[in-house]
Design a protein. Structure first.
Length: 160
């Protein structure tokens, strides 16, 4: 076969990562999370009042928090952070509240203050991205977003 040109048929295939926190099964409805109180009804988790006879199912956000397995991380750095930390953390919390009201599984897990830097971990990628974008819009600075695990995780770096 010398001198012949042919293309290789084998190639590296990316294996899809399985997200253990993504629910594929349907719960009996209504189901209520005993940790946070959100309710699974009409095929999704939402903030609703329900009767006392709802099945108890721990929601994916509470499972993620208990396992300390964040889907999103936001790293905050810079001298502006040090001098405006209270304002910045308030913006982070307000952004989370807006997102969480519409999407109960998008929450902050932890906020860690390391003096000249801070780290926020979240249960979802969307709230992490929204927090990064809100910081960039309100306070300018440099925002870098990096998705990983087939876009099942995100790391945001904001600095000013």
């Amino acid at each position: 076969m010398s001198g012949s040109s042919f293309a290789r048929k084998d190639r590296f295939l990316k294996e899809k990562r399985h997200d253990v926190y993504r629910e594929n099964q349907k719960h009996s409805e209504p189901a209520k999370c005993p940790v946070c109180g959100c309710v699974f009804a009409n095929g999704r988790w939402q903030w609703l009042d329900t009767d006392k006879h709802a099945a108890e199912v721990v929601c994916p956000a509470c499972r993620r928090t208990a396992d300390n397995c964040p889907a999103g991380e936001i790293e905050l750095k810079g001298s502006f952070l040090v001098s405006h930390k209270e304002e910045i953390i308030n913006l982070v919390r307000n952004t989370e509240n807006q997102e969480k009201n519409l999407h109960p599984l998008e929450r902050i897990m932890t906020v860690t203050d390391n003096g000249s830097s801070a780290k926020v971990t979240t249960t979802g990628i969307h709230v992490a991205r929204r927090i990064g974008e809100a910081l960039s819009k309100a306070f300018k600075g440099n925002l870098v977003l990096r998705y990983g695990n087939g876009e099942q995780s995100i790391t945001a770096h904001w600095e000013r």
